[in-house]
Design a protein around this ligand. Structure first.
Ligand code: ZN
Length: 91
């Protein structure tokens, strides 16, 4: 079970990739920074759009541990086709 150690809103000081949607955000973007631990230590950022989307999910889905890009796999994520094009084209 993953345990959240610290979660806070930050204004980023460098480019960060959002864990939920994999989009890259430039420095100066407000994002939620999370530090969590299970067997390993994790540190990740989520963008406001992903946070808003998570708010719409029922609690049991929200509590599930998720991996990179998982939110984009959810068919209810707004504009996900467009975002996927954007993210995967860049690789
Ligand atoms: Zn995001």
């Amino acid at each position: 079970m993953i345990e959240i150690i610290e979660q806070k809103k930050v204004v980023t000081k460098k480019e960060h990739q959002c864990l939920g949607c994999l989009r890259k955000y430039p420095l100066g973007t407000e994002m939620q920074s999370t530090t969590a631990v299970d067997d390993n230590l994790y540190h990740y950022h989520l963008c406001q759009e992903c946070l808003d989307f998570l708010d719409t999910l029922p609690m049991f889905e929200r509590n599930e541990d998720f991996c990179e890009g998982d939110l984009l796999e959810n068919e209810n994520y707004p504009n996900r086709e467009k975002i996927r094009d954007e993210v995967y084209k860049r690789k």
